[in-house]
Design a protein around this ligand. Structure first.
Ligand code: ACO
Length: 430
């Protein structure tokens, strides 16, 4: 039997239910508070507010733990593929061999993008950021792929999932090719998900692309590490928009827009920009550390700090290892890696970063891995979006299936003017 919390307001005691999650985390259920006594709770930025119950991803920010459906992300990065991890997140279990084959075949069957969508792509200005293009295109998918009334709701949802997972990757590569004025490369039936993406990105009629298994493995790890992260900004956006019962494409489009921000998914691009800036300024990290510590300066050390992790982000550890491995295998040296390492060493010894619990997050090393794969800078956040898609889908699905589902609609504390009368134009001052 769960305990109750007692809240005393103006001398009156209210009992509030305490909920306990499967990993022991506790919450006070305040949902009936306003009804009982007119009070709401205020938590700007939702740093201490649970918006849902979820059985998908567990993270412990103090211990640096991340698990999808109970499985540590380290084990998935070591043994799984992105497609298998996507299946796990969406369906709640690892697939059998047959299920995985069926899923892969479906992904392959749905990988082509409607030809009319290509014209759409071609109409965006060349300099447009691919994240803006991607979120518009995903929203537009409902128009190109309308619901088929003969299909059951479950069939429709399953087709939509696979279609999104497969086509987002095709559209990402397509937007890159079009932005360069190059011929679009179609998906190939004989290639797996990650290899197919690399081929669509880099193959050309005049220079065939050689698919390097090490790069395919690195890409799988990158996507697995990004596949879900419980109620982060973009996932919360997907759930919130989805709670209005919009179609899945519209909800995912909202997630892509949220991810675009430099404080969220856009950080991987911002990290490389910052490291390049340090390099161009002679490679000395100390002025950048000083700026990050200066409260009057809005500059922040990109790739450092996290709302939940107050220790080293477990994904950053894996990314760093992958980064070393891939550069060694490619026999390539990246000066930005040296700078990143120097920055990390200095920051981890600095009292400001120690006191603020600021450690490298997943984005700190991912940019260097993406550069090694050959991904251009403005596509970094798109890569994150492809990776996060299974998480968005599974969180959306969970919220739709939740018997306690509710339209998400936060409250506020109004701080504006009290009631006043409308002033006709002629009587207004100034
Ligand atoms: N560099 C310098 N100082 C920082 C940094 C940083 N990267 N991050 C946080 N701080 C400081 C703040 O200035 C603040 O200091 P103060 O208390 O002395 O005023 C304190 O740490 C707390 O900062 P908040 O912004 O309140 O912490 P929050 O939990 O909201 O921030 C965030 C998390 C947004 C990720 C932040 O750490 C940040 O801006 N990091 C850089 C951007 C980044 O790498 N984003 C990627 C996050 S991972 C992801 O989304 C995939």
């Amino acid at each position: 039997m769960d305990d109750k919390a007692q809240l005393i307001i103006e001398g009156k005691t209210y009992e509030l239910p305490i909920l306990t999650g499967s990993e022991g985390e506790k919450a006070i259920d305040i949902s009936a508070l306003r009804q009982e006594n007119g009070f709401i709770t205020l938590d700007v930025g939702f740093a201490n507010t649970g918006s849902c119950k979820s059985s998908i991803t567990f993270m412990d920010g103090e211990k640096g733990v991340l698990r999808y459906r109970g499985i540590p992300v380290e084990q998935l990065a070591e043994n799984s593929t992105f497609v298998e991890t996507a299946y796990l997140l969406i369906n709640g279990k690892l697939p059998s061999e047959e299920e995985l084959t069926r899923f892969s075949v479906l992904l392959n069957d749905t990988s082509l993008v409607h030809e009319d969508m290509r014209h759409f792509f071609e109409s965006f200005p060349r300099g447009a950021h691919p994240m803006g293009i991607l979120s518009s295109m995903v929203n537009a998918m409902r128009a190109f792929y309308p619901e088929i009334p003969e299909r059951s709701e479950e069939e429709e949802i399953n087709v939509t999932f696979t279609r999104l997972l497969s086509k987002l990757r095709t559209m990402a590569a397509m937007s890159y090719k079009i932005s360069r004025g190059h011929k679009v490369i179609y998906p190939r039936h004989d290639l797996n998900y990650a290899a197919n993406f690399l081929n669509m990105m880099f193959d050309s009629p005049v220079k065939p692309y050689y698919i390097d298994q090490d790069l395919v493995d690195a890409l799988n790890i990158f996507w697995i590490l990004h596949a879900d992260h419980e109620q982060n900004c973009s996932t919360a956006a997907v759930r919130l928009v989805g709670s209005a019962r919009v179609n899945l494409y519209a909800a995912i489009s909202a997630g892509i827009s949220a991810l675009w921000g430099p404080l969220h998914g856009g950080a991987n691009q911002a990290v490389v920009e910052m490291l390049s800036d340090i390099e161009e300024n002679g490679g000395d990290v100390s002025p950048f550390i000083a700026r990050a510590k200066d409260r009057k300066d809005p500059f922040r050390l990109m790739g450092f700090g996290h709302r939940v992790y107050k220790t080293y982000d477990p994904r950053a550890k894996i990314m760093k290892k992958t980064c070393d491995l891939i550069l060694r295998k490619l026999k390539r040296h990246d000066a930005l890696l040296d700078i990143a390492q120097k920055l990390e060493d200095v920051a981890l010894e600095d009292p400001y970063f120690i006191d603020h619990n600021l450690y490298p997050n997943v984005d700190f090393y991912t940019g260097i891995v993406l550069r090694a794969i050959g991904i251009p800078l403005n596509m970094f956040t798109v890569m994150f979006a492809i990776g996060r898609l299974p998480g968005w889908i599974s969180q959306w699905k969970e919220s739709m299936d939740d018997p306690g589902w509710k339209l998400q609609r936060p409250r506020q504390i109004y701080t504006g003017l009290k009631k006043r009368d409308y002033t006709p134009m002629k009587k207004r001052e100034g």
